[in-house]
Write a protein that binds this ligand. Sequence first.
Ligand SMILES: *Cc1c(COP(=O)(O)O)cnc(C)c1O
Length: 399
Amino acid sequence: MTQSKHSHYDAFVRNVRHSSRIELSQSALAKNINFLRKKLGPHPRYSAVVKANAYGHGIPQMVKMLERCGVSHFSAASAYEAEEVLEHCADSSEIMIMGILYDQDIGWAVEQGIEFYVFNYDRLQLVLEVAQRLKKKAKVHLEVETGTNRTGMTEPWFKKSVAFLKKHQEHFDFQGLCTHLGGAESRSNQFRIDQQINRYKAYLTELKKRKYMPKYRHIACSAAVLAMPETHYDLVRVGVATYGFWPSPDIYYHHLREAGKDKDAPMNRIISWKTDVMDIKDVPKGEFIGYGTAFQALHDMRVAVIPLGYSNGYPRGQSNNGFVLIRGRRAPITGLINMNLFMVDITDIPGVEPGDEVVLLGKQKNSTIAVSSFTNYTQLINNEMLSRLPTAIPRRIVK
Ligand SMILES: *Cc1c(COP(=O)(O)O)cnc(C)c1O
């Protein structure tokens, strides 16, 4: 049995190559975690948010890489994602579900020792029955409403929930009291965020009065970790910054002011996305390239055919916009992004051959394509572009 050359990229081992590949830098991740840990100091526990397939980076690889950096707590959006984390994490690591956990799966979560948010009082009775049946404590985080008005229980229900947990202490671990800030990355939301923090503190006061404290108080996302030390408490849920992205320009400028610098790059992007030139075409002046009339050659041109398209996560909004890197040079996109193909102009890049490496995202020689360059041409924000990268693209950890 021969192993394919690329099988080490793969979650599912295939014998043939996929049309593109993702590389993840362990050293870039280490740099990000060190920087963020320094902002946090020794106390708060670092929970890496790995929802949306780890912001598109890949849960199996990111869990392994994060554990190498000392991270041992993972936050997922759903039980489905949590199960994937569980498959790949160390036995000693812990997993928290922040979102959807169906009634039918509560038994699974309790059995596996997985922590989960509870934002409805009614759910506690169900969880209690499961915990009693399994003779295992359920690890619950009470999520409270502070002003985002998505999930989170209001004060009367919170009081009832606390009384319920306290009454059935032998069946519950009170893991956390949490809320989520609605837009901490933007200065213009600050009045809302301040109000949320104050409301959260009122819930904490209630708990103090009852002498019943959770293991973790937690409200901070990346922006709060970077710019609001008073939100750090006992655990932080760090998503986008883990992957080396500033949550917003506001947060980046806040850091510069704090550091007293004009520019600084204390975090690096982890992800690169690559493919290869599939074919090369000489296009005579006046001909159209690809479907329709979106691009007409105004002079004799040479184009390279790239073997992926919008079905592979390359945004269609990049049609006639943006560029890829070949031989360290920018090759502009010509015509529409097709389902599985697109073409780029290589007229001014000498010596390109089929099989040459193409960088869609990341660095090649002295040139770089940032995720944010996609947002210049499309309506996609960083998180959306990244989280849409198909899970089928093979991912490999590099130095
Ligand atoms: C996504 C998410 C986070 C992480 O947000 P970032 O801004 O990416 O750090 C934290 N908490 C909850 C509840 C989330 O849904």
